[in-house]
Unconditional design. Sequence first.
Lengths: 286, 417, 318
Amino acid sequence: MTETSVRGRASRERNGLGALIAFAALTVLATAVLVPLAFTALNGFKELGELQAHPFALPRSWVWRNYWDILAGARYWTVLGNSLLLAVLTVSLTVALSAMAAFTFAHLRFFGDRFLFSYIMLGLLFPLATAIIPIFIRVRDLGLLDSYWGVVLPQVAFSMAMSVLLLRTAFRQLPYELLDAAMMDGCGYFRYFLFITLPLSGPVLSTVAVIAFVDSWNGYLLPLIIFNSESRYPWTLGLMAYQGQYSTSWQLVLAFITLTILPAVLMFLMAQRYIVAGLTAGAVRG
Amino acid sequence: MTIRAFVLSAACLAALIAPALADTTVTVLHVSENPAQTALWDKIAADYNAAHKGVNVQMKYLENEAFKAKLPTMLQSDSRPDLFYSWAGGVMQAQDKAGFLKDISADMASVDPTLSPTAVEAFKVGGKQVGAPFEVGEVAFYYNKKLFEKASVKAEDVKSWDDFLGAVKTLKAAGITPLVVGAGDKWPMHFYYSYLVMRLGGEHALADAKAGKDGGFKSPVFVEAGKKLRELAALEPFQPGYLQTKHGESAGVFGDGKAAMDLMGQWLLGMQAPNSASGKGLAEEDIGILSFPVVPGGKGKATDTLGGINGWLVSKSAPPEAVDFLKFFSQEKYAKEAADKAAYIPVVKGAEASFTNPLFKRLAGDLAATTYHQNYFDQDLGPSLGRVINDVSVAVAAGEMTPEAAAAAIQEAADQQ
Amino acid sequence: MTEPGAVSAVAGDHRVRSPAAGAPAADGRRRMTLNGWATVAVFLPPALLVFTVFVFLPVVEAGWYGFFNWDGYGRPEKVIGLKNYEWLFSNPAFQRALVNNGLIIAVSLLVQLPLALGVAVLIAGRMRGAVVFRLIFFLPYVLADVAAGLIWRFMLDGSYGIPSLFTDMLGLQPFYLLASKDWAFSAVLIVTVWKYFGFHMMLYIAGLQGIDKEVLEAAKMDGASPWQRFRHITLPLLGPMIRLSIFFSVIGALKFFDMIVPLTGGGPFNTTHTMVSFLYYFGLTRMRIGFGSAVGVVLFVICVTFAFGYQRLVMRDD
């Protein structure tokens, strides 16, 4: 046996123990993180009074009806569909516009480029809530009130800053030799963008998509101000049915929320698979 | 969906709603999810639609906070409601100042005499009527009869502030939590402060303060009210952790029989059972009503009442059918039905006779016989001052703020308006 | 197979290369060609248009409201100049809010980010159950704030929640964390870490997965220990992402708001406000839109100052 493989075996054993400790630590952390989420779901099985008096205990009797009533009602599926539509439109548009803009900032130098980049970065620095009235006036004057685009466009605008920043950083990290080589082969920027930059940026594109998705999925103030038709309400507004002037049916609120997390979770899992695929693709690159 | 299918279904949809478009639509926006209330309102709307072909009255619901957040922008768009729910007070005045409300004084002249005068007055701004009231409420002490018995406290004997403090001490000595309050939401605590101001300063106290007389909100009445509140709170009469208890939870505490008294509005009766841990709450025979005590030397009377006045406001662009619906709504027969179903306490005179529920009967009787009815301070004063009063009520009770500082804070907010 | 001008495994600027004729500038960007201009003309305007119409213009208008005393109804009429700013800086709740924002920044940088980085390093690869862990740690970020605030309110309740576990065990009186003037904000900090470390973890994972595995393999072959590999290869290559994460963290901390409403409502006694929750409670809900806009402008100025300074000093090469 050579010296290298002996050392290799010892380090494998060391890694084995290290991996075990890491796994244990992660499991403990995961449990701590999951407890509040588990209780969100569990509390959906209680009646209101029990929830308020014993929020941190297992349900004494499992009120399946809470969840069942929600799932069997048309409202859940309508609001879910609306939320999904809004989120998909927001994500597609955000990724498309931000990737294009980020690519420009990453590779091209022209008069005013730094100014324009800082301009877009301003979007990071202002919370949506402060500008809600002017946004309402804008959307109204554009005739987009009570329409999906009236919510999607402002959401895309506000997500843009973070996305452009993330994507520009990632695009810059790709080796420039690729661009040189491509240029020399007569490839233009468009094709480079479509066939090289985007495929190689899987992980960060997925991340941007997931973040934009979650932000849209949980959006409340904007849909509230823009939508008037109940048929267009996303789930955050659909929640209102359980909230009263003086009293809120918290158990139904929690059950409802538990059921609405699922699509966001699915989105995450889909994005994760793409990241893993991106990993494999990277390994055979070059 | 293919383009063709989409166009086809859009055409079908248009065909379906075309007849409806020929009608005049009247949208009525409200915040109630009380099933008794909403059922009655749906019925009134249906009755009106049946009697008036060509008009379609639609009831729409928005959750309370969402309603308040959305109304300012909604009123500036084409989708503004024709009639909308209101708590009168400062918000209504702001809406009128911005030109969003319609003057219906002439239209309502025939209906107003049938309604309680205080309620009608509440919906006037600068002498002109902008809405029609339909509901009035009262804040009073709801007490647990069994717990009172246990501590040998007699409700009839609690008349003055000192009697009240005595009762609190007796209850505490008997191991019973005297009061429950949802101070986590702040506004329940401001009921104490408001009543003390009313009992000390009488019916002109608030109006004088608003006008800036005698130091405005820094007047001795307000400072003294703060002192009395602190006096009460110093006895530690509230449930443990009261500063973080929300209103819903507090209703549950009362429903579970864990506290003797709750100073609250009439909706408590509908809330105490579903919010209680047992799910059953207190039986209504075990609940009694006690009016807020009189403060000796104060100008307020025992028959002065604090409570909400709710009604419908009419938006400027509303069609005449909307005002007509309002008159239809205010008919005595519907008010009697509301009383009968204990949906709410109507403002139509004489309606209290229709109440079968003894507790509601008592409240309605108080309101009919009231010498001075005051809208909730935090509605009357508008959202900015209102929130300050809520904040300082809790701060004073908890000993975090002196009564003088509290009064000064309210005045400062008034100056900044 | 390594590419020409391959990445150097030495810490430092991995983009060092020998310049050739007509080569790009030091930051990799090249002189403009016709193709370049065409790209700019097509790629940039859509984003700029949407951004200008729906962010820039509304923000400017919102800032303009800051000079008015306005309740949100109708149009702003009552000009009061800088009075809003005077009132807000003398407001003790706002002063406390500034302090609170600082605390969130501190906790984010000292606790949240290292935690996120550590976890990311462990699960970025293909260890067993990595995807499950990633999902679990990311879930708090996905959960809507109304639910997160609500559940944590129950969890931190003095009579029934976690504090009661301790007080019961030790035989003490129940401790009402969320009603305590001094300790309520620590609840906010705990929930912040819980909710957002998963977000930063995601950023780091994306960054880690962009690192060329061959470099790490080569170092492993040369006998570098895991810690050495981390310190000299991973960390520097992750540099841009870390700097970005810090940037988002600080900006996010300054804009922190959504959790405060369901968890503490800014209480008790206005000790748990952040600038934006102060804006919401003291501006929007009290129908003092002008006042709220003034707070927004102050927040904006602070953010811009930080962003500008950070870009200049830290992110020069990114």
